[in-house]
Design a protein around this ligand. Structure first.
Ligand code: ADP
Ligand code: MG
Length: 292
């Protein structure tokens, strides 16, 4: 029995001329909430679809719950729960009908009514799926993801398009599932979401893991870099990126023999760190959201 839920080495995937994944390594432990964070087009969905066994890879080793998703069978499939990036429930059925219907696909399903309560849709059991709000539909998608009592739940951008209240409610749901011991892998392009939910996270950009660790580790590792700005009377504005800004300032003091012209020290926020790692120098995730 392995304690590692997911192990990926050197995963590569191309779509024609586009390299979607360019050598991804991942280690996800059982019982962990793992966030895959990255901007649109980074390769998040491709990664998750390969982990689910719904997309072929070009090269690389992939092990999910002890098996290769490319060749694993029905038994393995029933141990994995999936919440797709797009909604999957049929529109004409009621919530109750849908959850009961999907339960029949699994050898050892959870109790459908209990799952409806878990995702907070008790008041909506008799509503048709098409009458649900976006947030409620997403909760139903999660209900369908966990109805088979999976060991591993994979969610692809589960809260994209949510308002802040719905997003917070959804986080509570994920925390409940994590507390039950389900291993959870979720992709997101919201840094805040990864920070809130993930025990560990990987930032992916252009098909590679740009950074990986706990949110605190990432903050320590990359957030400790400071930029010291000053003005040199000869050459004008100068700056130096350094992990030891005090030493830089001390050196400048000696050079200027006192006050340093235009001295300013900037520390990056985790948001800055993320934007850098993900190569989004030009704008923020919020800008990108507004542009859509
Ligand atoms: P993300 O989920 O992080 O937005 P994707 O994995 O969907 O990223 O996409 C990664 C890259 O692969 C993008 O450049 C995207 O346009 C491309 N891509 C994804 N799916 C396909 C496909 N079916 N055919 C061609 N290109 C694709
Ligand atoms: Mg995607």
């Amino acid at each position: 029995m392995t304690h590692q839920a997911v192990r990926v080495r050197g995963l590569r995937k191309r779509y024609g001329a586009i390299t979607a994944l360019d050598g991804v390594d991942l280690d996800i432990q059982q019982g962990e909430v793992f966030g895959i964070l990255g901007p649109n087009g980074a390769g998040k969905s491709t990664t998750v679809e390969i982990l689910q066994g719904h997309r072929d890879r070009d090269t690389g080793d992939v092990n999910v719950l002890g098996q290769d998703p490319g060749s694993a069978g029905r038994d393995w499939r029933s141990r994995i729960g999936i919440v797709w990036q797009d909604e999957s429930a049929p529109a004409e059925l009621t919530v109750e009908e849908t959850v009961h219907h999907f339960a029949r696909y699994y050898p050892r399903p959870r109790d459908p009514d209990e799952v409806i309560a878990l995702v907070g849709l008790e008041a909506k059991v008799r509503s048709r799926v098409k009458a649900l709000s976006g947030g409620q539909r997403r909760r139903l998608d999660v209900a369908l993801g966990v109805i088979g009592d999976p060991e591993l739940l994979l969610l692809d951008e589960p809260t994209t398009g949510f308002d802040p209240v719905a997003r917070r409610q959804f986080w509570e749901l994920i925390r409940k599932l994590a507390a039950e011991g389900t291993t959870i892998v979720l992709t997101t392009h919201y840094l805040e979401e990864a920070e809130e939910l993930a025990d560990r996270l990987a930032v992916i950009a252009a098909g590679r893991v740009a950074a990986e660790g706990t949110p605190a580790e990432l903050r320590d590792r990359y957030g400790s870099l400071a930029t010291v700005h000053w003005t040199d009377p000869g050459t004008g504005p100068c700056s130096e990126e350094t992990a030891t800004p005090t030493r830089t300032v001390a050196a400048l003091m000696r050079r200027f023999d006192g006050e340093i012209p235009g001295l300013r020290i900037a520390r990056p926020t985790l948001e800055d760190v993320y934007l850098r790692l993900s190569g989004q120098f030009g704008g923020t995730a919020a800008d990108e959201e507004n542009a859509r």
